[in-house]
Design a protein around this ligand. Structure first.
Ligand code: ZN
Length: 199
């Protein structure tokens, strides 16, 4: 029971839900090595892996310019377009399509390996910038509320850990030398910056 309690705290899931998902009676002992299912009402849990790395000085925000997507699909399309090592971004924020949650944050293999990005050649941003992309085409529609909330959470977490000032959080289009509308004219950047400044 002690460990169910601890799991409950760790995953912010009620103890009853864990018991129920695993068909355990309250007080029933769990065996060492027993695999437990941790249910999650949201269907996913946003965990942001962080690695010490002094190179990250900027966050660059993109849209994928596609209606639907998840990391695997976009990895493959980047691969086809000749980006090296597949998915060019470090993080992807899903919009609830292709089996991913609305607002789900996916860390790419590139991030796990702490490799440079392939998201913005202008002004050396592939080397200094953490590339974050929201799934969607914000020239045609707005990001979802859940995507924006996750973006605030992700960017706040990254800025805090890597000591990145708010002035170094940029849209792709704001990067000097870039010629793009990315992340789209319907992305309300200033209201995002306001949310970001709020703790
Ligand atoms: Zn972009």
């Amino acid at each position: 029971m002690e460990s169910i309690w601890r799991l409950s705290k760790m995953y912010e899931v009620p103890m009853e839900s864990i018991l129920e998902a695993n068909r355990l009676r309250p007080g029933e002992p769990i065996q060492i090595g027993q695999k437990l299912i941790i249910p999650n009402t949201r269907g996913f849990r946003n965990v942001i892996p962080l690695y010490p790395n002094a190179e990250w000085k900027y966050v660059v925000v993109h849209h994928t310019a596609t209606d639907i997507g998840n990391a695997t699909l976009i990895h493959n399309s980047h691969h086809d377009r000749g980006f090296w090592y597949g998915l060019g971004y470090h993080f992807l924020i899903d919009n609830g399509t292709l089996g991913k949650g609305d607002g789900q944050i996916e860390a790419s293999p590139r991030w796990i390996k702490q490799q440079q990005g392939a998201h913005c050649k202008a002004n050396g941003m592939n080397a200094a910038g953490i590339g974050v992309a929201l799934v969607g085409n914000f020239s045609l529609e707005q990001p979802t509320v859940a995507q924006l909330q996750s973006l605030v959470y992700l960017v706040q977490t990254l800025c805090k850990y890597y000591h990145i000032p708010p002035s170094h959080v940029l849209r792709h289009r704001d990067v000097q030398g870039s010629k793009t509308e990315c992340p789209g004219s319907l992305f309300h950047w200033h209201s995002f910056l306001n949310d970001l400044a709020r703790k």
